[in-house]
Structure formats: structure tokens, C-alpha cells
Ligand binder design. Structure first.
Ligand SMILES: Nc1ncnc2c1ncn2[C@@H]1O[C@H](COP(=O)(O)OS(=O)(=O)O)[C@@H](OP(=O)(O)O)[C@H]1O
Ligand SMILES: Nc1ncnc2c1ncn2[C@@H]1O[C@H](COP(=O)(O)OP(=O)(O)O)[C@@H](O)[C@H]1O
Length: 398
């Protein structure tokens, strides 16, 4: 009997796709082989436990064990088939695909098919449309690419559709090589047909799928994220922005203010680096969910660490929302001069440990959409910079 549980880890969507393809036999393992784009990163604590145990259990976002990965060797063994996500029934292994669809011409599909391409495919006889829907591969969301590909299949004389979670790794050469290997595994002996250069003459039904999946910036979910020192003006500007949005009446808005979140969603957290990261990831997670449904969230925590802000950007991006970062760059001297809550004085006296700007770091963002120093400016004047940035990006016209 083991006295410690096997360490578990729920990986990123890209890593999950890679693991699924290794388990299905579409790609060779192991993970983390030198020079391989198929990598798995574990948080330090999980990596230490995995090293002691010799393996880590990979679970899906809902906790279902999918695979066991030896650690640090990276050999992958499947435990169960993924059961999540729309169109799951279309995700077959190479072996299942070859058994079910042998003899068809295989056509890899990484984007919605145009009328020209559908005509090209119609001339091939019975086909298997291999929809490459891994994280970051199609410009459409995976579910929209499958919807569009099924619509195209309906108009073809004899077409089957299989989904393949072939993820992108920010390395075009490596991704091309992975794509060739995966398509070869699914095609087996059958012919592979690469589509010729495309046009953009989509059938109406497919054009509608694309439009719904890629809303114009003004219709997209939006997260406006203010970051800056305590007293820089985040809450004041966030509140003024929300008032303007509510006055205009076109959209509803959810506020995720630093102080307010710490009294409910993040009650009990301290100001240690770890707890601040947890706090910001919670805010980011909620904001991303709001943006998933086309909503608007205005966040105003200090969020002092760049890597945590990048996590939030990724959550929002993955949810299909837009992330708009405002750096309220009021200098420390001015924030301390204002000292509205008397906290800087206490921090200087050593009564508040780990106070941002005094005894805890603030990493200035290099990726802000707007940078606003409120020193010597009225609130309306400073707010104008934010509104102008949002208007220029096409997100909000206030
Ligand atoms: N040690 C320490 N450092 C910084 N701030 C402190 C600290 N202790 C309490 N406060 C008060 O908490 C507010 C910041 O909370 P946040 O959740 O925005 O901070 S963080 O993003 O998790 O770093 C912050 O509010 P704002 O002034 O609105 O920024 C402070 O009032
Ligand atoms: N142009 C300005 N924009 C925002 N706040 C300003 C400005 N000028 C002065 N202030 C004052 O600075 C303080 C900022 O506090 P607050 O908005 O709570 O900051 P934070 O949320 O970043 O801690 C408020 O007292 C506000 O009235």
C-alpha cells in the first residue's frame, strides 16, 4: 500500500492535446525528449513529488485521470479516453480511423473550407476530412472549425469528418513536421490530398459560422484590467469608466476591484507573493468567464507580477475575450503623498510587511495598451486616455 497519493496535474490545453496524440499512437513519445516540441511542464511542487514517485498522473480539467507520465523520463501511458468537449464523438484514434474509413482520400483541414476548396474536394471521390483542431492550430475555435467542416461535408457527395487535436507550438518548422507525422498516422496506406491555395469565397452557412466565432471587437467579451501601485488611481478610474459605460447603457459591466475581491472571493488571503498570485488568478478566471459570454469585466487590483498578469491575459484569450491592460503609472512618491488610507505611513514604520512599492516589488508592465500617470491631472482627463485607447482598439466607443 502506498502511503502518499500519486501526484496529479491538470496540464495546459496544448499539453493535453499533445498527450492525447501520444496516447492514441498518432505521435511518438516521450515528452520532454531533447529538441522535441512535445513538452510537459510541472509546477515545482508537483515536479518534486513526481520525481520521488517516479511518475505523475495527468488529469483532465474536471479531474478524470487520462494518462500516467513517468518522471522525469516522460513516457506516456493512457489511462482512459478523454470525455470532455463538444464533438467528442468525432475524435478517433488513427487505428479507429483506418478501420472505419480505409480507402478514402484523406484531406487535412485547418481552416473553414471555401466554395473553391469544396469543389476541389468533390472531384476526389470518397474523402475523409481530417479536421486539425488542436489548441492554437486553426484560426477559428476548434468547435467552430468542426461545425464549418461538418457543413462542408454535408454538401459533398461522400465525406466523413474526423477531429485531430494537433496543437501548435509557436515553431512553424516543428509544427509542420508534427502535422506530416500525424496525418501519415491517420492516413496509413491511403492517399493524402493537400488543398491548393485558397480563396475566401465561403458558402453562406460557413460564413455565418465564421462570423459568430470571430465577433467584431465591439461585440467581443472584454476585460479592462487596471494595474498599478496602491493609491495610483486604479479604483477611481475603474469606477469612472464603469459609470460612463452604464450611462451609455449599451452594455452591462462587472467590477472586480482589488479591495472588494479581497473582502469576498479572496477573503483570508495574505499579501505574500503566492497569495497575491492566487488572488490575481481568481480575478482573471472570473473575468475570463465573463468575457466568454460577451460580457465586460473591469478589474482593478495591484497585480504586481508580470507572469500572473500574463496568466490572466491567457485565460481571457482562451475564453475568446479581449484583454485590455491599463498601467496606472502614478509614481510611488505621488501615491505616498496621497496616502489616502494611511497605509504608506504604516508600511514605512514597518507596521505592514510586504507592502507594494516599499517592501514588496511592483513589476512595471511592458505590454500595457494604455499607460496613464494621474499626477496633477483631473480624473476625467486621465480617464480620457483610457477611453481613447479603448476606442482606437475598437472595443468600446464611449
Ligand atoms: N502589503 C500590502 N501591499 C499592498 N496593498 C495592501 C497591503 N496590505 C493591504 N493592502 C491593501 O490591499 C489592496 C491591494 O489588494 P490587491 O488585491 O489589489 O493586491 S494584489 O493585487 O493581490 O497584490 C490595496 O488597495 P489599493 O490601494 O486599492 O490598491 C491596499 O489598500
Ligand atoms: N487623475 C486622477 N485619477 C485617479 N485618481 C486621482 C487622480 N487625481 C487624484 N486622484 C486621487 O488619488 C486617489 C487614488 O485612490 P484609488 O483610486 O483608491 O487608488 P488605487 O485603487 O490604485 O489604490 C484618490 O483619492 C483619487 O481621488
Amino acid at each position: 500500500m502506498r502511503d502518499v497519493p500519486v501526484p496529479q496535474h491538470s496540464p495546459s490545453p496544448r499539453e493535453l492535446d499533445d498527450i492525447e496524440l501520444i496516447v492514441s499512437g498518432a505521435l511518438p513519445g516521450p515528452l520532454n525528449a531533447p529538441g522535441s516540441p512535445l513538452t510537459l511542464a510541472l509546477p515545482d511542487a508537483v515536479a518534486s513529488a513526481a520525481t520521488v514517485d517516479g511518475s505523475v498522473e495527468i488529469v483532465d480539467p474536471e479531474g478524470l485521470p487520462l494518462a500516467r507520465v513517468t518522471w522525469p523520463a516522460g513516457e506516456v501511458t493512457g489511462l482512459s479516453s478523454p470525455a470532455y468537449g463538444p464533438f467528442r464523438r468525432l475524435y478517433l484514434t488513427p487505428e479507429q480511423t483506418r478501420t472505419e474509413y480505409a480507402g478514402r482520400t484523406v484531406v487535412p483541414v485547418a481552416d473553414a473550407l471555401t466554395t473553391t476548396e469544396i469543389d476541389e474536394i468533390a472531384a476526389l471521390g470518397p474523402v475523409l476530412l481530417l479536421a486539425l483542431v488542436g489548441h492554437g492550430t486553426p484560426s477559428l475555435s476548434p468547435v467552430a472549425l468542426l461545425r464549418a467542416t461538418l457543413l462542408a461535408a454535408d454538401t459533398l457527395p461522400d465525406a466523413a469528418v474526423v477531429a485531430v487535436p494537433l496543437a501548435a507550438h509557436d515553431d512553424p518548422e516543428a509544427d509542420h513536421a508534427l502535422g506530416v507525422a500525424v496525418v501519415a498516422a491517420y492516413a496509413g496506406e491511403d492517399e493524402v490530398h493537400a488543398l491548393a491555395a485558397d480563396s475566401d469565397d465561403y458558402p453562406d452557412a460557413i460564413a455565418a459560422v465564421i462570423d459568430r466565432d470571430q465577433p467584431a471587437p465591439a461585440e467581443q467579451g472584454l476585460v479592462v484590467f487596471f494595474t498599478g501601485l496602491s493609491g495610483s488611481g486604479k479604483s477611481t478610474l475603474a469606477r469612472a469608466l464603469m459609470d460612463r459605460i452604464l450611462e451609455q447603457g449599451a452594455r452591462t459591466v462587472t467590477s472586480l476591484d482589488g479591495d472588494v475581491v479581497r473582502r469576498n472571493l479572496s477573503a483570508g488571503l495574505t499579501f505574500s507573493k503566492e497569495d497575491r498570485e492566487t488572488n490575481i488568478r481568481r480575478i482573471g478566471w472570473v473575468a475570463a468567464e465573463i468575457s466568454r459570454h460577451g460580457g465586460l469585466a473591469v478589474c482593478s487590483p495591484i497585480a504586481p507580477f508580470d507572469s500572473t498578469r500574463q496568466d490572466v491575459r491567457r485565460y481571457v484569450d482562451d475564453a475568446g475575450g479581449a484583454f485590455f491592460l491599463v498601467h496606472v503609472a502614478t509614481p510611488l512618491e505621488e501615491c505616498e503623498r496621497r496616502d489616502r488610507k494611511g497605509l504608506y505611513a504604516k508600511a514605512r514604520r514597518g507596521e505592514i510587511p510586504e507592502f507594494t512599492g516599499i517592501s514588496s516589488p511592483y513589476e512595471e508592465p511592458a505590454d500595457a495598451d494604455v499607460r496613464v500617470d494621474t499626477t496633477g491631472r483631473s480624473i476625467d482627463d486621465a480617464l480620457d486616455d483610457v477611453i481613447e485607447g479603448l476606442r482606437e482598439a475598437g472595443y468600446l466607443d464611449l
